[in-house]
Design a binder for this molecule. Sequence first.
Ligand code: FES
Length: 104
Amino acid sequence: MRIGTAPHDMHIFVCQHSREGERASCGARWNASDAVAELKRLCKEKSLPARVSGSGCLGPCEMGPNIMVYPQKTWFHEVGLADLPAIVDHLVDNRGIRSSDSGA
Ligand code: FES
């Protein structure tokens, strides 16, 4: 095993998990692949040094679609594609602030 330092100031995880059945899942509620592509485009446009990744289930499925941002410890719930510009603006404005620091 080797241990390294993450090369990005911020990592944005977009839940893409989709499951069949009665239990809610983010991937069943929106096109998460489009969300990942649009977030990448917006981060580049705003010069936000973030890595954007599609992810598996993040946990709070009932509140999805969910986006989680580390190390800022910020969550966005019930997200739609129209919310993505506001999310990136929020992250640009609060890039060094963890949600627990700001009271959010
Ligand atoms: S399916 Fe997205 S948080 Fe569980």
